[in-house]
Design a protein around this ligand. Structure first.
Ligand code: ZN
Ligand code: ZN
Length: 597
């Protein structure tokens, strides 16, 4: 304990003193050194329970000019103001929900909803704006935060902007910052903040006892299988699809709730994350004997406050919710988290788990139960995109050009080796003449027909010559209007060895096949196989492939290669000839959905 205490920095202010934990001091230092050199907006990433309000309070204490702390819920306004008061002079509070509207102090803590209604109250210039739970800030100009920020900048163009969050990621937009100090690109297009300047992972906080130990429970009585559902590009599941799938799971819900009641006998507080309101109602009905409470987006503010206070006071044991208790909710006694909803985001999963990781008296760990088979690890890094396939997990893929360790969605075999990944472009930031720039290696790409430059597979305009990349359907239509062309919709691809010859057999939905033949006798022929078959068909682009020396060895590894969606064929003198293989195709000529596992 002595060695731990020695790492703390003790701050005295009059008779008050608060000890900053070492990582809290490091995040304060990161902010100071950043703003000394730059006016770029910045983000600090600290897990829930890391004590963000102490960091905010310390920054407010040492800032030379006036500081405005903004957040979206009154609970956080109160909490931040309290911590500021512990470290330095009492903060002014501006929040209708707290019945206080003062902006006279050196530090003002305000709710964004109240502040945006009376921007003239914030006319006296601030030198630093701190936004708590800053992943809530939308880049849209007419959003509340952007309106107020525009006003504040009109009073002081050089005002510094700092955000704090546990989850610097939004399902709809991706990363909230443009660049990460670990030398990684964030969101180059729609970021709200310029730089992430400090990030603390959850694991060391648990190890050092600042957060409760999460205990994954694996003796599940039943489990939902949401793997058939696909989410939107922004990671959202369709509510009626979820409901219709859950219709078949009535018995599972009964078993799950029964198990939760059993497990809860030795627990103080249980939070249940339901998939939809209808699902939550079913759970509530099955919990009826245990006086559960339900909070959804439709619950009134008064009811919500009342129910949450009763839960915090341990008068209610089971708190069921639909997508509302993920952030800004703090009940340290919670020691059972039950997740009954699918999520395409690692961050969202960890936010849910985070509700149970606060430390508290008489609490040694928090039980986490994933009844929805989301399959995330608590310590998975955020990938930055919604999960493309339910079996995916984050995998590390080194860039063959700059060696940066990228985190992409991918699939692994039983040994943990990567068998497929979905990365498109290297995420590394590399020093260039104009400052930091993203590494231009692309794992998957399509070539611009005008200049040959590699572009993202979904790009509509060439990033080099600005040529409009032709709609594949339009091009295919033109090609197919010519005589003797055929579009082969590939369903399956098989690899066979015939002596020194590799046969690649493509089969369409009607069972017709088309074969390509590659000789693998000489070194030159093997090189050609790498260029014409292995690279374009690789499921693990950028990763080193085995040095195949025979057709047999290559055919044995057929699971490492992906089939093209379409083949463009032309009638030759004797038979059909291969013109082009089309991968990553989405359009009118789409093949039937793949039903191969
Ligand atoms: Zn790279
Ligand atoms: Zn081009």
């Amino acid at each position: 304990m002595i060695s731990l205490l020695a790492q703390y920095h003790r701050i005295s202010y009059g008779s008050k003193f608060v000890q900053l934990r070492d990582y809290q001091q490091q995040s304060v230092d990161a902010a100071i050194s950043h703003f000394k050199q730059s006016t770029d907006s910045a983000v600090l990433v600290l897990p829930t329970g890391a004590g963000k309000s102490i960091v905010i309070a310390e920054l407010a204490r040492i800032a030379k000019g006036r500081v405005l702390v903004l957040t979206h819920v009154k609970e956080l306004v109160a909490q931040n103001a309290e911590k500021v008061g512990l470290l330095t002079a009492e903060a002014s509070i501006y929040s209708a929900g707290l019945n206080q509207k003062s902006t006279t102090g050196k530090t003002v803590v305000a709710s964004i909803q109240s502040a945006v209604k009376n921007p003239q109250k914030f006319d006296d210039p601030y030198s630093l704006i701190i936004i708590d739970e800053c992943h809530r800030v939308s880049p849209e100009e007419d959003s509340q935060y952007q309106q107020l920020l525009t006003h504040l900048k009109s009073k002081n163009a050089k005002v510094r902007l700092l955000g704090l969050t546990a989850t610097p990621y939004r399902l709809d937009l991706g990363w909230i910052y443009r660049q990460h100090y670990h030398g990684k690109i964030g969101n180059p297009d729609k970021a709200v903040f310029e730089k992430c300047i400090f990030e603390l992972p959850m694991r060391p906080l648990i190890k050092r006892g600042f957060l409760s130990q999460p205990k994954m429970f694996d003796g599940l009585s039943a489990q939902y299988d949401f793997s058939e559902l696909t989410c939107s590009a922004t990671g959202v599941y369709n509510e009626s699809e979820v409901n219709s799938l859950l219709n078949h799971y009535g018995r599972a819900t009964t078993a799950i709730v029964k198990q939760l009641i059993e497990l809860a006998k030795h627990r103080q507080g249980v939070i249940i994350f339901a998939a939809t309101v209808k699902h939550a109602d079913e759970i509530m009905a099955k919990l009826a004997d245990h006086e559960p409470a339900l909070v959804t987006a439709k619950t009134s503010r008064e009811d919500r406050d009342r129910l949450i206070n009763a839960f915090k006071a341990k008068q209610i044991k089971f708190l069921v919710n639909v997508a509302v208790l993920t952030t800004g909710f703090d009940a340290p006694h919670v020691d059972l988290i039950a997740i009954l909803r699918p999520t395409a985001s690692v961050s969202l999963f960890q936010q849910m788990v985070g509700r149970g990781l606060r430390i508290d008296e008489n609490k040694t760990e928090c039980l986490i139960i994933d009844y929805a088979a989301n399959g995330y690890d608590l310590f998975y890094p955020e990938v930055g995109h919604p999960k493309p396939d339910s079996k995916c997990k984050p995998v590390q893929v080194h860039c063959p050009v700059c060696d940066f360790a990228n985190i992409f969605w991918g699939l692994t075999d039983d040994d943990g080796d990567i068998v497929e990944h979905f990365g498109r472009r290297c995420q590394a930031l590399i020093d260039s003449v104009q400052g930091k720039a993203q590494c231009d290696f692309r794992f998957r790409s399509k070539a611009c027909p005008n200049c040959g430059e590699e572009n993202d597979i979904a790009a509509k305009v060439c990033n080099h010559c600005q040529a409009v990349l032709v709609d594949p359907d339009k091009r295919l239509k033109e090609v197919l209007q010519q005589k003797h062309h055929h579009l082969f919709k590939c369903q399956t691809m098989l690899l066979e060895a015939d002596g020194d010859r590799l046969i690649v057999r493509y089969i369409d939905i009607d069972g017709n096949d088309f074969c390509r033949y590659f000789n693998m006798k000489t070194t030159a022929q093997i090189k050609a196989v790498f260029a014409l078959f292995i690279f374009p068909h690789s499921k693990t682009p950028g990763l080193k492939h085995k040095q195949y020396s025979s057709a047999t060895a290559l055919a044995a590894d057929s699971a490492c290669f992906r089939k093209p969606d379409l083949l463009l064929l032309k009638k030759g003198k004797k038979s059909w000839e291969h013109l082009e293989s089309i991968f990553d195709y989405q359009g009118r000529y789409q093949t039937q959905p793949d039903n191969i596992d």
